[in-house]
Write a protein that binds this ligand. Sequence first.
Ligand SMILES: Cc1cc2nc3c(=O)[nH]c(=O)nc-3n(C[C@H](O)[C@H](O)[C@H](O)COP(=O)(O)O)c2cc1C
Length: 109
Amino acid sequence: MKVVAFNGSPREKGNTYLALRMVGEELEKEGIELEIIHVGNKAIRGCIGCNGCAKNRDEKCVMSEENFVNEWIQKIKEADGVLLGSPVHFASLGATMKAFLDRAFYVAS
Ligand SMILES: Cc1cc2nc3c(=O)[nH]c(=O)nc-3n(C[C@H](O)[C@H](O)[C@H](O)COP(=O)(O)O)c2cc1C
């Protein structure tokens, strides 16, 4: 079994990473692999509501300035479990994580 974790912090080895690693240690005791993907340091634009994904129905966001979002959508599909980790930034999740999730969720809707 494999779990994929998304670290929404811009800090690669900050508190969010440490929290995800703590979960990972418990999973690994049960023989479950954890892959941590660093989202928070990428340049990811938010969803523009173009509805291209709804038209194409190909599991892809049509925005093509970077390919992280589409790669990560496939990682989610292949995984047995998904962990989302983000620092609190002004009473919300980190902005880059929000941009990623908005686009991934819209593709899935
Ligand atoms: C821009 C910014 C905004 C923040 N806003 C909040 C907040 O609203 N509430 C809070 O409790 N902590 C806030 N924090 C603190 C972080 O959530 C906290 O330090 C967190 O553990 C950082 O995680 P990281 O090391 O994974 O980046 C903020 C930090 C930053 C950089």
